[in-house]
Design a protein. Structure first.
Lengths: 451, 278
């Protein structure tokens, strides 16, 4: 009797041991695949970031041309700026001022800039005026004119001005163009290229931080001055609309569905549909927005209001699903404690359940808003891919959005210049997103500490 | 530690004789249940429970797991309402008033019938806010000093005040298990209930914390009608004057605790008490 139990015990141990090595191998394999998966994922992220940073960072510096511009009275044949006479009304003075500004705008400012460029070039440098003007960006004449309008007493004097080099000049300086290409394949003429090299040597062309990227709106005629301010404001307006609408509506419907709605076929159907909505391709929301908000409600085309509403619709399922999951996760003990104290259902939800789930709801909101911020497809369908060279002051003005701006720049025909700008815009978008997330995480940690 | 050991000793494992058992029967009846049934969906959990619960005494429900004692307890403050698919039949009257009447407000009922749960479940708020919550939502305190008074006296009655008086603003969840359960009792008392239901209040506690709670229950019966569900027959014997034995959804036997434990009429009760079932 004893011997058989001993035998069976030894037998059993042998069986266990035989299986043991296979089990250990299985575990090792699983761990190995886990590590491989993590390494691959991190590797791709690293490659993505390295590529964007490598291309984008150079775009944050830009070639500036430092010129001494002389407001030559001969070239600038203009009446003296109107001075306010005693007894003159505001309207009359404004009219006179505007008439003078119109006159100033009609002047040929390129002659002033050309003179300044020739002045900076070596004596007797052989270059025609079209070629020499291709070195500065086309917005140079506006910049110089603005300096004069601000201070008309500068007539006949010389001032130091920093102007943007043209996109082609910037490419040449940064080496984005193969210098060995023949003249016919170069954007700039041979004398212009030679002059740029000279300017770089004598310090007329210097690299400076590309403030235009952040302080200017998009530009087609002056690509070197194209910036993101309009798109940034457009995105900001849309995020404001998304946060103001999607968070209360999403959290509210999640609370109602989870805590108050009777369990019935109808609520089941609603739940299934919300889950399906989260999986609907975003471009479908764009079609819906175009049909409902623009064709039916007659909201303005290309406006952050319409875009914000479309993104709200897109974000709602994310917030509802995450909030419901958070509410489901609250321990029944807490609910019973509240109900047992005689709290009404509403009091239970708002005094106890919601405060506990607040961090999760905030996280869901961050994810939803971040998704909305990066969304491009639906915005294309409601006209936000239009070229808008203005900063939207209200949500009903025409605007574009950061991701759409990235899409537009990516398609720009001046590849050499805009490839870097596109990467820089991606960096700005990422920075914007990280800022939003940082704010939300800060809020969450503070709320968690208080709870 | 010595003090606690002393406390354990005072509540010996004998039938509570602090009150003459016949007294409990002579006390006015506070709660009356008549033929109470509970269905969870198709499954019947309680089969026609009828019981009278006397005023200002401790009534304990004993029985093996799944016998329906907790289910019945949760009928008394209508906590079963919150369970999907639960249906309650029969009548339960508090002071002659049907608590399942259509015009009865369940919020008001729960202010009159407090509850302490199996696992200590303080709110994730400060100790003060835990106790102040009930008076706040029911509008019982006219001023801040009123509220302070209610909080302090409730904590005192629950025997917790001396231990927590210096940290009323610290979270209630930071207390030990036994302290948390006393905090839950203080929270229930703060509303001034007439009846306190306790659903196995000591099952998650160590013996010393259990002894403290048992002593507290004994003190509280001076002012409150207490119904306690317990797994432990010893606990029922120690703290209650009336005992009801449940088995498989039926109320098998009820009576004075001393009679139930020393002289059970029913064979099943006898078997349970002797440790043969359960």
């Amino acid at each position: 009797m004893t011997s058989t139990t001993l035998d069976t015990a030894a037998e059993r141990r042998k069986l266990v041991r035989a299986g043991l090595s296979r089990r250990h191998v299985g575990e090792k394999m699983f761990r190995f695949f886990g590590v491989v998966a993590i390494v691959l994922a991190l590797g791709f992220v690293a490659i993505l970031f390295a590529d964007v940073l490598r291309k984008g960072i150079p775009a944050f510096t830009q070639s500036n041309i430092h010129l001494s511009v002389t407001f030559d009275p001969e070239a600038l044949n203009v009446d003296p700026a109107p001075v306010r006479e005693p007894g003159q009304s505001d309207a009359a003075f404004n009219a006179a001022n505007l008439a003078w500004q119109r006159q100033v705008a009609m002047l040929n400012w390129n002659t002033v800039i050309e003179a300044a460029l020739r002045n900076a070039a070596p004596q007797g440098f052989d270059i025609d005026s079209r070629q020499i003007l291709s070195i500065v960006e086309t917005d140079a004449r506006h910049r110089v004119r603005e300096v004069f309008v601000r201070d008309p007493s500068l007539l006949g004097q010389t001032v130091e001005v920093d102007l943007l080099a043209s996109a082609n000049a910037d490419n040449w300086v940064k080496g984005n163009i193969n210098r060995d290409l023949s003249d016919t394949q170069q954007q700039l003429s041979a004398p212009a290229r030679a002059l740029i090299d000279t300017f770089e040597e004598n310090g007329t062309i210097r690299q400076g931080f590309a403030w235009s990227l952040l302080s200017n709106v998009d530009s087609r005629s002056a690509p070197a001055s194209a910036g993101l301010l309009g798109a940034l404001m457009g995105s900001l307006w849309m995020m404001l609309i998304v946060v103001v609408l999607a968070v209360p509506i999403g959290v509210g419907s999640a609370i109602y569905l989870e805590e108050f709605a009777p369990k019935s076929r109808l609520t089941d159907l609603i739940e299934v549909n919300i889950n399906n909505l989260a999986a609907v391709p975003s471009i479908v929301f764009g079609l819906l927005g175009a049909a409902v908000f623009i064709n039916w409600f007659r909201l303005p085309l290309s406006a952050p209001l319409a875009g914000g509403l479309v993104l709200t619709l897109m974000t709602l399922p994310t917030i509802i699903i995450a909030t419901r999951a958070a509410l489901k996760g609250v321990s029944p003990a807490l609910r019973q404690a509240a109900l047992g104290m005689g709290a009404s259902r509403t009091q239970m939800v708002f005094h106890h359940v919601l405060p506990v789930t607040f961090p999760s709801i905030l996280t869901a909101t961050i994810i939803g808003v971040a998704q909305a911020l990066g969304e491009t497809a639906p915005l294309l369908l409601i006209g936000m891919n239009a070229f808008v060279a203005a900063v939207p002051g209200t949500p009903v003005e025409q605007a574009t959005a950061l991701p759409v701006q990235i899409y537009l720049w990516q398609g720009n025909e001046n590849r050499n210049f805009f490839e870097a700008r596109t990467s820089a815009a991606i960096l700005v978008l990422l920075g914007f997103m990280i800022t939003l997330n940082a704010i939300a995480i800060f809020l969450r940690s503070r709320l968690e500490k208080r709870a | 530690m010595d003090m606690l050991a002393g406390k354990v000793k005072t509540t010996q494992q004998t039938v509570n004789t602090a009150m003459n058992p016949t007294d409990a029967l002579e006390r006015p009846i506070r709660l009356t249940a008549q033929d109470v049934t509970v269905h969870y969906g198709a499954k019947q959990a309680l089969h026609g429970i009828s019981i009278d619960i006397p005023d200002r005494a401790v009534t304990s429900f004993i029985g093996p797991s799944g016998c329906g004692k907790s289910t019945f307890l949760r009928c008394i403050n209508r906590m079963n309402d919150t369970i999907e698919g639960a249906k309650v039949g029969g009548t339960i009257k508090l002071d002659g008033e049907d608590i399942y009447a259509a015009d009865l407000d369940v919020v008001e009922l729960r202010a009159r019938i407090g509850m302490v749960f199996q696992k200590p479940n303080p709110f994730p708020k400060s100790i003060y806010d835990n106790v102040a919550y009930g008076p706040r939502i029911h509008g019982l305190a006219r001023s801040k000093s009123d509220l302070d008074e209610i909080v302090v006296s409730s904590l005192r009655k629950a025997g917790l005040f001396e231990e927590v008086k210096d940290r009323l603003n610290e979270p209630g969840t930071g207390l030990s298990g036994g302290q948390q359960q006393r905090l839950c009792i203080a929270r229930a008392i703060a509303v001034g209930p007439e009846v306190i239901l306790m659903d196995e209040p000591c099952s998650a506690l160590d013996p010393i914390a259990t002894a403290i709670i048992e002593e507290l229950v004994d003190e509280l019966r001076e002012n409150y009608t207490i119904v306690i569900v317990t797994h432990s027959m010893q606990q029922a014997a120690r703290v209650s004057q009336r005992t009801a034995f449940f088995h498989l959804g039926n109320l098998i036997e009820q009576g004075n605790t001393e009679d139930i434990f020393t002289n059970p009429v029913n064979k099943q009760t006898q078997d349970y008490i002797m440790g043969r079932i359960g």
